[in-house]
Design a protein around this ligand. Structure first.
Ligand code: ATP
Ligand code: MG
Length: 424
């Protein structure tokens, strides 16, 4: 797989204005830079640069999930209502974001039996595991996927942070006892800390005590501070953790031992969450194992979600500046943005082409602006795209024998010898 791209070949164009109906900053910037395309409200296509960024986020999450024993699968988006009826969640009153469809039946499309379109996967995965888990020797197991969820969200004004069709990393844990479950839960929380650090959101992301909804007394969210956030959290700077406003009660403050601690209120984006599920699904669907004495015991479950596109939108929201996007190196679509200026000068052109091929042959990640365009246009586009390291090849750099390097995040310019650059 090649890790380079000539900008003259890229089919997407940058644009000066975002669509007038787009209110969120992340979607405005990502659309202008040609990372995403808006199909309709709450539904976006990933374009080449957007897909590369998205895939980098996915890969970081995958590595961290594999490191704690996760096994990756892909489940289907079409779902059998039967297993959802068993858990009581087929009802639109229980899950209000359902998209449902029908099988074809003779000549009447609407008369066929109903199917669900995935909004989550606790039920089908619990059902699947009945074929593979029967003894305590089969546990624990940790299974995850990157899979498309469909949710009929009422609010869809946050760009790619809240969409009606989105990929979720959902991991489910299966343990024989509460103790093992707890241990994994903490391991996963630590993996989440590493994920958000690697993605570049570490210093703004807080493990946040939250409500467990209908599953348990509590859950943990990972909340990233941003004015674009839909949630409110109270940060305890002494512990470096936070509390969701939804559970900000005297009782909870007491349970956490936070009495008298000054809390800082912030708006935040929920980038991930981890949830104890107890035996809610294993009881309803009949997922049990036999212990050493041969007794049948329900499996203890947990679920662990992250939305890679919401994470990408969060980075676009909080790390961008007035000129455009600013990607951290680990998730940037490319590491280097090689920019050829003075393309009419054959010597400069030849030098830029040669450097590009050298970088390419070393497997370096390069977007090469080989377009015949004015310097101002190239720089404005480069600022908008937000690739971390800009390398300039021009008459000036040719004369000096060094290339100019500009860091997108700081704007700091420096000079580098070719060999030093190729050794990076
Ligand atoms: P929210 O309260 O924001 O709706 P949720 O509680 O529905 O989130 P989960 O169902 O647990 O979230 O989903 C796990 C993760 O998937 C979330 O932490 C978030 O990163 C992502 N996510 C959830 N809903 C969406 C959406 N509509 N669009 C994009 N990402 C989403
Ligand atoms: Mg939701």
């Amino acid at each position: 797989m090649t890790n380079t791209l000539r900008q003259s070949q890229l089919f997407t164009k940058t644009r000066k204005e975002a669509p007038s109906d787009e209110v969120s900053k992340n979607a405005q910037l990502l659309i202008r830079a040609g990372f995403i395309h808006k199909e309709m409200a709450g539904v976006y296509t990933l374009l080449p640069l957007g897909l590369r960024t998205f895939n980098n986020i996915v890969q970081i999450i995958r590595e961290e999930m594999d490191a704690i024993g996760g096994q990756e699968i892909t489940m289907t988006a079409l779902q059998d209502p039967k297993v959802w009826k068993a858990s009581g969640r087929w009802d639109d009153a229980a899950v209000d974001v359902w998209f449902k469809t029908h099988l074809h039946s003779g000549d009447n499309y609407h008369q066929g039996s109903e199917l669900g379109i995935a909004n989550t996967h606790e039920e089908p995965l619990t059902q699947l595991l009945k074929e593979h888990i029967s003894s305590y020797k089969d546990l624990p197991k940790f299974i995850y996927q990157f899979q498309t969820k469909f949710r009929n969200e009422t609010r869809a004004k946050s760009g790619i942070m809240r969409t009606r069709e989105f990929v979720m990393k959902d991991l489910y844990s299966f343990n024989k006892d509460e103790e093992g479950f707890r241990e994994f839960y903490e391991q996963c929380a630590e993996a989440y800390v590493r994920i958000f650090e690697r993605i570049g959101l570490g210093d703004k992301t807080y493990r946040t005590f939250a409500s467990g909804g209908s599953f348990s007394k509590f859950s943990d969210e990972f909340q990233t501070i941003s004015d674009a956030g839909e949630d409110r959290i109270y940060i305890n700077d002494e512990t470096g953790t936070a509390l969701n406003r939804e559970v900000h009660t005297e009782e909870v403050i007491k349970d956490l031992g936070w009495e008298g601690v000054e809390l800082r209120e912030e708006k935040a984006i929920e980038v991930g969450n981890i949830f104890p599920l107890g035996t809610k699904f294993s009881d309803a669907i009949g997922l049990t194992y036999k212990n050493e004495k041969g007794e049948k015991i329900p499996v203890i479950m947990g679920s662990y979600g992250i939305g890679p596109a919401r994470v990408m939108g969060t980075v676009a929201e909080i790390l961008s500046d007035e000129k455009g996007l600013v990607w951290p190196e680990e998730i940037a679509p490319f590491t280097y943005h090689l920019i050829m200026l003075d393309h009419d000068n054959e010597e400069v052109h030849g030098e830029a082409e040669r450097l590009f091929r050298e970088m390419e042959s070393r497997g370096m990640s390069v977007l090469y602006d080989d377009r015949e365009a004015r310097a101002g246009e190239k720089f404005a586009d480069a600022d908008l795209l937000g690739i971390p390291k800009r390398i300039i090849v021009s008459e000036k750099t040719l004369a000096s024998g060094e290339y100019e390097v500009i860091a997108r995040a700081t704007g700091i310019s420096s000079y580098i010898h070719e060999q030093e650059l190729l050794n990076e």
